[in-house]
Design a protein around this ligand. Structure first.
Ligand SMILES: Nc1nc2c(ncn2[C@@H]2O[C@H](COP(=O)(O)OP(=O)(O)OP(=O)(O)O)[C@@H](O)[C@H]2O)c(=O)[nH]1
Ligand SMILES: [Mg+2]
Length: 159
């Protein structure tokens, strides 16, 4: 079985917890409770290339909830910002600096809202980039690009 640990990093309120919740429960919550420290969530998906086991690591985005432990090394990182708040795009380098040599996927979330950000960061840093919405989008919008890159299977689909 394929096994990937993926951490979610980015400013407070960009939607990291919302995405992990959506992937695990196909559900969207309007309320906001900032993540304290970090949380670990196992999840598995069945694909045309077999079952893939995930460990999602959901990190704090607000400094006051910072984890006392160092950010863990993972197979990949979802580096997230909020398309409706410029500041969250400006702060990407802070979070990117906490990453190691893993694959980093830049995710602009809240594409259902009016976008005020021109996402220059992915071009400047040569990172794969997707714009998504945890509110109105599908789980596949986020997972498929990541899984195809991690597995090298360009035809991978979730079954
Ligand atoms: N409109 C809209 N709202 C969203 C979307 N994703 C998340 N939200 C809302 O944004 C708020 C913050 O979401 P969270 O998932 O808690 O943010 P977070 O990145 O985990 O925040 P921290 O844990 O503080 O780092 C919540 O009120 C969510 O309902 C989206 O795609 N569109
Ligand atoms: Mg959170």
């Amino acid at each position: 079985m394929m096994n990937y640990t993926i951490k979610f990093l980015g400013e407070g309120g960009v939607g990291k917890t919302s995405w992990i919740h959506k992937i695990r429960h196909i559900d969207f919550n309007k309320s906001y409770v900032g993540t304290v420290g970090s949380e670990v969530h196992p999840h598995s998906v069945v694909t045309n290339h077999g079952t893939i086991q995930f460990t999602f690591m959901d990190y704090y985005g607000k400094e006051e909830y910072a984890s006392p432990n160092p950010i863990e090394t993972t197979d990949a990182t979802v580096l997230m910002f909020d398309l409706s708040r410029k500041f969250t795009h400006t702060k990407l380098s802070h979070w990117h600096n906490l990453c190691g040599t893993e694959s980093v996927f830049l995710v602009g979330n809240k594409s259902d809202l009016e976008s005020v950000v021109t996402p220059t960061y992915p071009i400047e840093h040569n990172l794969p980039y997707i714009a998504v919405s945890a509110k109105t989008g599908n789980v596949e919008d986020l997972l498929i690009p990541i899984l195809r890159r991690l597995t090298g299977h360009d035809d991978l689909v979730i079954q």
